[in-house]
Design a protein. Structure first.
Ligand code: SF4
Ligand code: SF4
Length: 302
């Protein structure tokens, strides 16, 4: 009788671990959603070049219109949400996304703070639409642009405009490993010191939002002799009163300081309060002062 050949050692070890008929463990599904935004934060995911194939091997990218032709229905294990809520339709759509998502992460200034679209929050949106569109009567929009967290529960917020690739990978990696993401929330000043940049505010008297801004950009602007614009939003516990004093000391008028706070992240409370402390009018109340068709969606729907 012919002797039976033994399976190679590696295959025998695998067989001992996995019961006969067992299937490969299901990979977590990832969905990427867009609301009012420029797509820049979604592109950060595609810019992960070196890591993208590894990531694609660890998750099933089930819904990502920016990058794929096909989509798979939910529920999804992780949803990345880009963009702010600016229409009644989107206010309803984000609730559907929330229902379909186990872990929901907002990415970027639009999704975490309302984005540049929040300029409308401090003005009359009818005036904007009349200035921009030939037929403003076709425009159906809410009075305010609000972050995703104003509408549904958010599990993690990743700040930045656009977001930082390493921070995004950290958030996804942490979820895959079942731990909390470690995204440092110190100020841009720390990044300046790390790269050895001379402080543009101290050395040249250039106004800079870096002392109150969340790290993540790598302090690019100061490295090119420009003050920080606050793209990453407020850091943890920002001392805006002190920074306002510094800008006044540099001769910046209060109205200009308030405009700086009311940039991309102007809706975030520390920056909003800092601008209001300078005597600027408060935000338009959500749902107020506009001719939109369904302001009811522009409220906290949690
Ligand atoms: S946060 Fe900035 S980069 Fe991201 S979608 Fe909004 S505007 Fe674009
Ligand atoms: S340049 Fe701006 S961010 Fe850099 S250390 Fe000075 S104040 Fe801080």
């Amino acid at each position: 009788m012919a002797a039976r050949r033994r399976a190679p050692a590696k295959r025998r070890a695998r067989a001992a671990r996995a019961p006969a008929g067992a299937q490969r463990p299901r990979r977590p599904t990832l969905a990427v959603w867009k609301f009012a935004s420029c797509d820049g934060c979604q592109l950060t995911l595609l810019s992960c070049e070196d890591e993208l194939l590894t990531l694609a091997g660890r998750v099933d990218i089930a819904y990502f219109l920016e990058a794929s032709r096909g989509t798979v229905g939910g529920p999804y294990d992780v949803s990345l949400v880009e963009g702010s809520i600016t229409t009644a339709h989107d206010a309803e759509r984000i609730r559907q996304v929330r229902r379909a998502s186990r872990f929901l992460v907002t990415i970027g200034a639009c999704a975490t703070a309302g984005g540049i679209q929040t300029l409308r929050n401090f003005q009359d949106v009818d005036e904007f639409t009349r200035a921009v569109y030939a037929r403003p009567d076709y425009i159906k929009t809410l009075a305010t642009s609000t972050p995703i967290s104003a509408h549904v529960k958010v599990d993690f917020e990743l700040q930045g405009c656009p977001i930082n690739k390493a921070q995004l990978l950290e958030v996804l990696g942490a979820h895959l490993q079942g731990r909390a993401p470690q995204v440092r929330n110190h100020s841009v000043c720390v990044e300046c010191k790390r790269r050895g940049t001379v402080c543009v505010m101290v050395a040249r008297g250039t106004p800079c939002l870096g002392p109150v801004t969340h790290a993540g950009c790598g302090a690019i602007c100061p490295a090119y002799d420009r003050g920080c614009y606050g793209c990453y939003g407020p850091m943890e516990s920002p001392n805006t009163a002190s920074l306002t004093g510094w800008w006044r000391h540099l001769g910046v008028p209060d109205a200009a300081i308030a405009r700086a706070y009311r940039g991309i992240n102007g809706h975030r409370e520390p920056f909003r309060k800092a601008a209001e402390a300078l005597g600027t009018p408060p935000e338009v109340p959500a749902g107020g002062g506009v001719s939109d068709d369904a302001t009811a969606g522009d409220t906290d729907a949690r």
